[in-house]
Design a protein around this ligand. Structure first.
Ligand SMILES: [Mg+2]
Length: 400
């Protein structure tokens, strides 16, 4: 297996999904390590090691233009190595390894166990990226690690409902495609909770009116066509890539490594604006928000008349999920986990529904720490997703 292009790289990473699923399933079923699946991970690690580099950046070709681009792939590489280590050395050694690479690991783990001591969590509501999953610079290849699925599954067995709420889409290169959880562990909710898949594989979504859905469909076709063109193919491969969500489309115009030149990125933004104008000439249905990295195109809320008075947020997602899945968030002790401002509405909604809610946020940002503590006095903070998932795993082990 030789990796020359960015597409081959993404394909190889995505090909680890079945192997990682198998590893997680087999381990959780108490049947040890699936040797064949582990060999797939090893082959992938070896193939990535053979890619030419400049410092810690991989040099890969863009398949459409043949142009070489340099890209960091820390998440993909680190997580593969961690998975390999986990299955070769076992859980205990692996946790020691995590303690060695993360500052304050042991202290925060002990503080976390104390925080959860004597409490049975009823509902576990969590964000994905940066919270229970290490942050990946590229959405397309942010495949969940098997060790991560194992730790989180252990915790899911001890709660009534475990719900993962992400802003990424549910399907079609969505959270269901990059997750390696066994069935019957997590309810997966995409597009900020607007669409979900329950433990039995049933899907549901927050209704969108038909006319608006058609406009969004036309737009997504046009964007798919656009990124087939050599000049624009790169935008599919960087940062958030192209994500067709429920009621929203995200397309990257830059990534955190500034892979794209400023001019090229501005030009792309104008190109997107003109395409949006084509499908919605009167600016009635779509609203564009530009974060500098991502262009978010959202449907305006049909009822409010004036455009975009309120965006659908994860708090709306929680209300919708609570009603449609009968989570009964009003009962018991709930734990909410997040890592950014966009998770705040989810915490607020959970507090409103049930003041017994506790929070663990993965952040060192003082402003965020203040707002979380203000909304939810019963909260603690950890530095990295690895600490949080190890904490949840340890907590589960006490009970199981
Ligand atoms: Mg996040």
């Amino acid at each position: 297996m030789e990796i020359k292009t960015l597409k081959q790289f993404a394909d190889q990473i995505n090909n680890t999904v079945p192997a990682r699923r198998k590893l997680a399933h087999t381990h959780l079923a108490g049947k040890g390590t699936d040797k064949e699946a582990l060999a797939v991970l090893k082959q992938t690690i070896d193939a990535i090691n053979d890619i030419p580099r400049n410092g810690n950046k991989l040099r890969l070709q863009l398949e459409q233009s043949g142009e070489i681009m340099e890209t960091e792939a820390n998440y993909e590489i680190d997580e593969l190595n961690k998975d390999f280590y986990f299955f070769r050395e076992g859980e205990k050694q692996f946790i020691n390894y995590l303690a060695g690479i993360h500052e304050d690991f042991d202290d925060q783990l002990i503080e976390g166990l104390r925080f959860l001591n004597g409490i049975e969590i009823t509902n576990f509501i969590t964000d994905r990226d940066g919270t229970v999953n290490n942050y990946c610079a590229r959405y397309n290849t942010s495949v969940q690690s098997a060790y991560n699925a194992i730790f989180l599954s252990h915790f899911s067995y001890t709660v009534k409902n475990a719900v993962l709420v992400t802003s990424a889409p549910l399907k079609n290169k969505g959270v269901t495609d990059i997750s390696v959880f066994p069935d019957n562990t997590f309810i997966l909710a995409g597009s900020k909770g607007r669409e979900y898949m329950d433990l039995h594989g049933n899907e549901g979504n927050f209704p969108i009116n038909q006319q608006q859905q058609e406009i969004l469909n036309t737009l997504s076709e046009k964007l798919h066509d656009l990124i087939q063109q050599p000049d624009y193919a790169i935008f599919f491969r960087i940062g958030s890539g192209l994500q067709i969500k429920f009621g929203q489309i995200t397309i990257a115009r830059q990534d955190i490594n500034n892979t794209i030149t400023k001019d090229q990125s501005e030009h792309f933004l104008e190109k997107i604006r003109s395409i949006v104008k084509e499908v919605d000439p009167q600016d009635q249905h779509l609203r564009i928000e530009d974060t500098g990295l991502d262009i978010e195109i959202t449907l305006t809320t049909p009822l409010d008349g004036s455009k975009g008075v309120k965006d659908y947020d994860k708090g709306d997602g929680i209300s919708f999920l609570n009603d449609s899945l009968s989570l009964e968030l009003e009962k018991g002790n709930n734990l909410v986990c997040g890592d950014t401002e966009s998770d705040i509405p989810m915490l607020e909604k959970c507090m409103e529904i049930n003041p017994q809610t506790k929070a663990i946020f993965v952040t060192t940002d003082n402003e965020l720490i203040n707002s979380v503590s203000h909304i939810c006095p019963n909260s603690i903070f950890v530095n990295t997703p690895d600490i949080l998932i190890t904490l949840l795993n340890q907590k589960a082990k006490e009970k199981l």
